[in-house]
Design a protein around this ligand. Sequence first.
Ligand code: KIV
Ligand code: ZN
Length: 516
Amino acid sequence: MSDKLIIFDTTLRDGEQSPGASMTRDEKLRIARQLERLRVDVIEAGFAASSNGDFEAVQAIANAIKDSTVCSLSRANDRDISRAAEALKGASSARIHTFIATSPLHMEKKLRMTPDQVFEQARQSVRFARNLVGDVEFSPEDGYRSDLDFLCRVLEATIDEGATTINVPDTVGYAVPELYGNFIKLLRERIPNSDKAIWSVHCHNDLGMAVANSLAGVKLGGARQVECTINGLGERAGNCSLEEIVMAVKTRKDYFGLEMNIDAQHILAASRMVSQTTGFVVQPNKAVVGANAFAHASGIHQDGVLKARDTYEIMRAEDVGWTANKIVLGKLSGRNAFKQRLVELGVQMDSEADINTAFARFKELADRKADIFDEDILALASDDSVTHENEHYGFVSLSQHSETGERPHASVVFTVDGKEVSATSDGNGPVDASLKAIESHVNSGAEMVLYSVNAISGSTESQGEVTVRLQNSGRVVNGVGADPDIIVASAKAYLSALNKLHSKAERVPAQGWINP
Ligand code: KIV
Ligand code: ZN
């Protein structure tokens, strides 16, 4: 059996299915480039047939990425598979990942199909996909809760049709490590042609065991691909976290004995990029990428680490990209230094005009804030006014008055399709007044389901990064805004969320409640 573990990242597909985490094409492209830098083997870029936006994102990623295989999800039907193949045409290395549910519950209640129909659909889909690309992955959705005999029948047939990877999803996060590991082992033992495919694990985190289950699938079951996401992003409690899997396999090489292509030094930057893009904040005590992951607060621990770091540290912070907050640029930095830093951070700007806009914004920021950190640059680069993405509404200026004992009042100037408008309102606090002022003009009717503020680089001198999550007619979007003034950051975040609601892109849910 191979001693190489394939890392399959699905941040841009399963991760993006998390309500509010949907990303634009350019945001996905930026993250895909960071995943390539991280040297993940396979990037699942999206679900091409779900919407024109997702098709374009998969296509853009397929055309841009050279060192990782680019994959599109597709339901088990010819139309979805053709759409995936078309989006992947420009890829150096392409994979189609097709799936259909195999558990009794999903077949009966969701698909309304008999097991025999599902069997045929799975077989024909893999055959159809194999005629379009050489690299085909098949997933029996809700595989872990499927009948063992039926699952063996389906998997044997799909391997016969040419599936090169067989993925066994624990779709609802029901598994426990020993049972899941043994389940993979049993499947591999019982299916006569199992050695013709690479076995893969795909675990959800509903009981907090996605990483443990995946590792058991590898160690006990002999799987050689793990499907995971940056920061464990994903529906409900999320997916298996890439950074935890990678560092577990690396740190305990004595136990797992496996090699990976991953360049772990890029983990932290990937984590920050995903968090900043989606507005999903990383909890401070999150393993590997949380702010406290390598902080030694207690005196005894600090003393130990100073004497010999391995008294309390099993990994080196530098190995996953942690350095002391680096002051990267300042007021006197020139355009070339700024452009170079954008390249180092993996930010691709489409034109010199966009770089000029970003540089002008950087200079404005440097006038107000002495030290500019990488996080500031990443926040600036994803600002709607720099990317011009979906920029129906744009922030111009804001003034507000708040004083103890008085009701706060705000006046906001912003653009609607390039035309300036101003609006005023009072509110419970200055943020409330500012957002109500915007809403009084826009009348979106959206409900705010989340508002959060985070200091980008840790102190009160840092920029505040605000996330606003809005819900309207069943759609959930996140807007993110950054500014040293958190009221301005809030207004920017609100406008950014409104921009996303305004771009009406609809998509079919991946684990679709639609018969193939
Ligand atoms: O969780 C799941 O079952 C999936 C499949 C589509 C692979 O994400
Ligand atoms: Zn999943």
